[in-house]
Ligand binder design. Structure first.
Ligand SMILES: NC(=O)c1ccc[n+]([C@@H]2O[C@H](COP(=O)([O-])OP(=O)(O)OC[C@H]3O[C@@H](n4cnc5c(N)ncnc54)[C@H](O)[C@@H]3O)[C@@H](O)[C@H]2O)c1
Length: 259
């Protein structure tokens, strides 16, 4: 198993990409700390991991709040004595036209997606510097690389921030044997994506099957991601196979964006 003896903390692990990554890492032998703002989803994911024979703990935390980030990481280190993998995956968005973005939307999206990621990296690094090792993974997005189908410009900017932070954190933390990388998912079948499709269906009257066809248009491999496609990349980046990879943001998108 590729992640045996590793303790992994995943944010936004109650659903979608985070949940799929939690299940994939547990299958590879990691003990997984499942963190999410929604307690019912935390409990369900922990139960799923345990039912499959894995080991998990649940933490309810909002990554937009520094005291909750601290409590989240501290509870993992208190219980297991180490933190090997920090996967900063929690993210939010909703569909909005450029001119409709207001301060509330900007602050909500950036509070979770950019500020949350930075302070999770920083708090995890405090522990990882002491232990002299660690893998930090972030979920960015092809939206941060100019994907025209992004949900909104504030979201795209927040994911550009994650890509930039990944490079700066990799430079700052490399000397402590800590790698920092991001995954840029393309269109991925999750609650978040379904919410965007539902909104377009309601507001623009586009039939659901047409929206599904639109979502896969222009993807060379011809299909959108399942959440497990991202989980596979997260396992790789958390494993020793990725030990000399840092500062990278890797697209997992069927070839939709090639930069
Ligand atoms: N689905 C896509 O097409 C897609 C594409 C590119 C990038 N992403 C990114 O992937 C990540 C996961 O998205 P997803 O599609 O799995 O979404 P999702 O909505 O299905 O799951 C996200 C989870 O994060 C949790 N969460 C939200 N705010 C939180 C907070 N403040 N603190 C802690 N947890 C919080 C939610 O409760 C939810 O369980 C996000 O960063 C998203 O931006 C998604």
């Amino acid at each position: 198993m590729r992640l045996e003896n590793k303790i992994a903390l995943i944010t936004g692990a109650g659903a979608g990409i985070g949940r799929a990554s939690a299940l994939a890492m547990a299958r590879e032998g990691a003990v997984v700390a499942v963190a999410d703002i929604r307690g019912d989803k935390v409990d369900a994911c922990v139960s799923e991991i345990e039912a499959a024979g894995g080991t998990a703990m649940g933490i309810v935390a909002d990554v937009a709040k520094l005291d909750e980030i601290d409590r989240m990481v501290t509870s993992v280190v208190d219980k297991y004595g180490q933190l090997d993998v920090m996967y900063n995956n929690a993210g939010v968005t909703k569909r909005s036209k450029f001119m409709d973005i207001d301060e509330e939307l900007w602050d909500w999206v950036h509070g979770v997606n950019a500020k949350g990621v930075f302070f999770c990296i920083k708090r995890a690094a405090e522990t990882m510097i002491k232990q002299g090792s660690g893998s930090i993974i972030n979920t960015a997005s092809i939206a941060g690389r100019g994907f025209p189908g992004t949900s909104n410009a504030a979201y795209a900017a927040s994911k550009g921030a994650v890509i930039a932070l990944t490079m700066q954190a990799a430079r700052a933390l490399g000397r402590y044997n800590i790698t920092v990388n991001s995954i840029c998912p393309g269109v991925t079948r999750t609650e978040l994506m379904q919410g965007i499709l539902d909104m377009r269906h309601e507001k623009e009257g586009i039939p659901m099957d047409e929206l599904e066809v639109q979502a896969a248009r222009g993807i060379p491999i011809g299909r959108i991601n399942e959440a497990s496609d991202i989980g596979e990349m997260a396992v790789f980046l958390a494993s020793s196979a990725a030990r000399n990879i840092t500062g990278q943001s890797i697209n997992v998108d069927g070839g939709l964006i090639m930069i």
